[in-house]
Ligand binder design. Structure first.
Ligand code: DHB
Ligand code: MG
Length: 225
């Protein structure tokens, strides 16, 4: 297929199955207006995250990489009223935009943005944080600096429990993931993460290629064993 084909199909699937939501759409508009990169997940993938939260009965979600909180809103809306999302964002200005988008979408009360780099913030989550109780998280979405994917997966296993759902964004990168000679540190990070999912006995995983408004990429979906 050509880009015109999959963009038409993505628009069709989005219109047919995802529909419109002012909170989500305003979040993207404001993120773009603020000059943040337009690298939020496509609507069909946001809906997938939302459905995975509901299918798994998640009450506690951990997201690594907030950006404008588009995926955060999708995840928060998949939780019961007492559900919580902890989302980690390294850039203070980005976190301000995310906070405003979460409030406007009506989910600010169930989302905590933790400011800092994932590798610094994640160790602090091992103690009590939410409702006076500690992890485990029921679902973890990894969508930050790809060089750190193995670190994030290690924390997902440590902060999860048997049955925790782990989703990793951007696992195909236009096909580059299958290039063993790549020197791109982000692609190497994605490869290391996938190899860890395949080899580390704490996980059972698969991955899907995706073709949508964001181009040719993919997601890995795993369970903590
Ligand atoms: C890109 C896309 C993403 O979803 C992401 O998390 C990081 C980077 C990109 O297209 O560059
Ligand atoms: Mg991503």
């Amino acid at each position: 297929p050509t880009p015109a084909t999959w963009e038409r199909v993505d628009a069709y699937l989005t219109e047919t199955l995802v529909g419109h939501d002012p909170g989500l759409e305003r979040a993207v508009v404001d993120q773009n207006a603020a000059g943040l990169p337009a690298i939020e997940v496509a609507p069909v993938n946001g809906k997938l995250l939302h459905l995975l939260a509901r299918i798994s009965g998640a009450r506690r979600v951990l997201e690594i990489g907030t950006l404008g909180a588009y995926s955060t809103i999708w995840l928060a809306r998949g939780l019961p009223d007492d559900g919580r999302v902890v989302t980690i964002e390294a850039e203070p200005r980005t976190a301000d935009i995310a906070r405003a988008n979460l409030e406007r979408a009506g989910v600010g009360g169930r989302v905590e943005i933790m400011l800092g780099r994932g590798a610094d913030v994640l160790p602090t989550l091992a103690g009590p944080i939410l409702d006076g109780s500690a992890a485990p998280f029921d679902l973890v979405f990894i969508d930050a600096d790809k060089e750190s994917n193995t670190i994030y997966l290690d924390w997902a296993a440590r902060l999860g429990r048997p049955g925790t759902v782990v989703v990793v964004d951007n696992t195909v990168r236009g096909g580059e993931v299958a290039n063993p000679a790549t020197e791109n540190p982000q692609i190497i990070g994605v490869q290391r993460g996938l190899e860890m999912l395949g080899r580390d006995p704490r996980f059972d995983a698969t991955a899907l290629q995706t073709l949508d408004a964001k181009g040719y990429d993919g997601i890995a979906i795993a369970i903590v064993v």
